[in-house]
Write a protein that binds this ligand. Structure first.
Ligand SMILES: Cc1cc2nc3c(=O)[nH]c(=O)nc-3n(C[C@H](O)[C@H](O)[C@H](O)COP(=O)(O)O)c2cc1C
Length: 354
């Protein structure tokens, strides 16, 4: 069901957390998570005409020697600052439903929309790792309820952001809005993404979100999932865009690329990887495909490795599958983004993919 000649939007799944994105001690860029580094990457992405920056929201790392994702920049404040030093690229914040009140997000989001010429977007996530919420004394609801609460959260945002003539009221198990108003309203409705994968998440995303941000085991899996999400959205007479987050690694030969993947796996932080895997097993209803090695290499993104030509072809396949955007991850974001501009981007342009 792909649209012929549709261009693939490029984005970056940003390293606002330490050790993005491999759960490994191989070739770690120690200061990549810092704001200065993120800012350089954002500027580079903007120069290269990328469309999106997406951050990760984490409150605690996954232990092991590397304490995977253990140091991270909070993403509302991060986006607010980055929006000020960029001029065109769209920047999302990733917000945990259990930790923010929709009124706070409505106001902060509208503020960022106003400050940036409507370049801010929201990635709303329900939370899955109890190790971060239990340290705050919070217990995540059971899986279905997490997405009912996320739906209520988005409906309240929509109620507050859309022009209303009457006061906005909303009653639910979690929020009770009486004569609700939040000014300023954004001029354009901010785009809302959800990064869940389960059936509960898919249904909620299809009904209420603009983007489904998906974790998939392979390029082949994208074909089916794009069609599934579109069909689900169609049931609500809506359209939905889809994004995935390929981990791109290329070398002069396929063998060299595979050797580098193997080195990442050989230096796996087994404790952090197991903690991540165990938390996912308890807190999500997805990631059945996840093997420790796949998670280790890409943090759950599609491993897109080979030569520059084959990486470009793999991204082309995602475009052919109907995926609207790829939020790329790299080993060394700054260095690899510069190499990407020289090695891969021209091939994608020649192919007409971007
Ligand atoms: C691309 C992508 C990005 C995600 N980003 C975050 C994040 O920043 N913080 C977080 O707690 N969960 C994040 N998640 C996890 C999801 O929100 C969700 O909890 C997880 O995929 C389990 O899905 P499920 O609840 O539908 O089973 C992300 C997932 C994906 C696929």
């Amino acid at each position: 069901m792909s649209v012929p000649n549709k261009k693939l939007s490029l984005g970056i799944f940003m390293p606002n957390c330490s050790n993005m994105c491999s759960i490994s001690s191989h070739n770690v860029v120690e200061d990549q998570w810092t704001f200065v580094s993120n800012q350089r990457i954002a500027h580079l992405a903007e120069q290269l005409n990328f469309d999106y920056l997406f951050p990760v929201s984490r409150w605690r790392g996954f232990g092991g020697d590397v304490n995977y994702l253990g140091t991270s920049l909070e993403t509302m404040t991060w986006a607010s600052a980055l929006l000020q030093t960029t001029s065109r690229i769209k920047i999302f914040s990733t917000v945990h439903v259990p930790l923010f009140h929709p009124f706070v997000v409505a106001k902060m989001g509208a503020t960022m929309a106003h400050m940036s010429g409507d370049r801010w977007g929201l990635n709303l996530v329900s939370g899955w790792s109890n190790r971060e919420f239990s340290m705050m004394g919070l217990k995540l609801p059971e899986h279905g309820e997490k997405y009912q609460k996320a739906a209520a959260f988005i409906e309240i945002l929509q109620g507050l952001w859309q022009p209303q003539t009457a006061p906005f009221n909303y009653a639910s198990k979690w929020y009770n809005v009486v004569d609700g108003v939040s000014l300023p309203r954004p001029v354009k409705l901010p785009e809302v993404a959800n990064a869940g994968a389960s059936l509960d998440a898919q249904r909620m995303t299809a009904r209420l979100c603009d983007w489904a941000f998906m974790s998939l085991p392979s390029i082949d899996a994208a074909n089916g999932m794009v069609d599934t999400m579109r069909a689900r959205a169609d049931q609500y007479h809506r359209s939905i865009k889809t994004a995935v987050f390929p981990f791109v690694l290329w070398r002069d030969t396929e063998d060299e690329a595979q050797d580098e993947i193997q080195r990442i796996i050989d230096k796996k932080d087994s404790v952090a990887a197991q903690n991540w895997f165990d938390d996912l097993a308890i807190g999500s209803e997805s990631f059945d495909f996840a093997t420790l090695d796949l998670l280790t290499v890409s943090g759950g993104g599609i491993v897109t490795a080979g030569t520059a030509q084959s990486v470009a072809e793999q991204l082309q396949s995602l475009n052919d599958a109907g995926v609207d955007a790829v939020m790329l991850t790299f080993q060394n974001y700054e260095k690899d983004l510069k190499r990407f501009a020289v090695d891969v981007l021209p091939i994608l342009q020649l192919m007409g993919v971007v």
